[in-house]
Design a protein around this ligand. Sequence first.
Ligand code: P6P
Length: 343
Amino acid sequence: MPDYTVTTTRYLGFADQNLTTLQSYILAEEDDHGGTGDFSWIISGISLAGRAIANKVRRARIDDVIGGLDSSNVHGEEQQKLDIIANEFIMRCLGDRADIGVLASEEGETPTIIRSPKEGGKYCVAFDPLDGSSNIDVSVGVGTIFSILKSDHEDFDDAEQLILQPGTKQVAAGYILYGSSVIFVLTTGHGVDMFVLDPAIGTFVQVASKLKMPDEKKIYSINEAYYDKFPAEYQNYLQWAHKNDYSARYIGSMVADVHRTLVKGGVFIYPPTGVHRKGKLRLMYEANPMGFIMEQAGGLAYADTDRIMDIEPEALHQRCSVIMGSKGEVENVLRFLRNGGES
Ligand code: P6P
């Protein structure tokens, strides 16, 4: 009878391939979500869509999918070709996942009910398929942002009722940054983990676990072109920062600015402005997921003086202002907002 004992070959050092993949990570996390594999199936759907979007972003000029479509989205903003492509990829990759109930995209006026809770639709996913897409023309990092909630109540008149929940109800959130490398950052409420797409094997491999932001870092990220339109408290904070040796970093793509803040520390701010009196960024699929990540990494996330994740949403596309990042840096801004603009 042949001996089937596996003989472990001596480790030769040639197989130094990181094989801790996003999939294996999520399967390990699955137990916290009922252990049925449903939850990991959603993340694998987002991972697949992210790899397809990354390929399109890389090839945008080659495939001539740069620029706008001469059409506007529900917000009256010109749609970029890649916005539609990215949205299509995510809808296709998630639409056939058995436990998806509702999909809500920045590109869609109303959420899409895929299946009711009675039909097994357990989860809602709110997402911005390609945030910052206007930067693609100049090869600046852009990203996909997603927020996962449970759609657990049976009776509902419309999809918005299922998905309009405060950020504290998120079961997971994350983003995919299409930058110099493709980064997948995820939290399921047990810290923040980071994965990088290894093009050699076409999968996301884990590169960091339980990421923590430094409590302080003298970097602020804000579009100072709107300085004159900011509320006085924000202007006073900026004057204070100018006098206290801060550096300014602003990419103009939320995923890239927030990722830098996560990795290096600092504070990302989008205040109310003359055009966007409540702030420009979207609560459900930008501020909430990014706020979850920031808090899980030891930071803070506020909309003026309100914790972002406590906000009771009233509409899918509602906007809010944003102050998020290192705990000490967010507290510096809040000090000005709470003390009538004094430091
Ligand atoms: P502004 C990109 O258009 C976006 O939605 C976010 O990614 C980014 O943080 C913000 O808008 C930039 O806005 O007004 O500074 O160009």
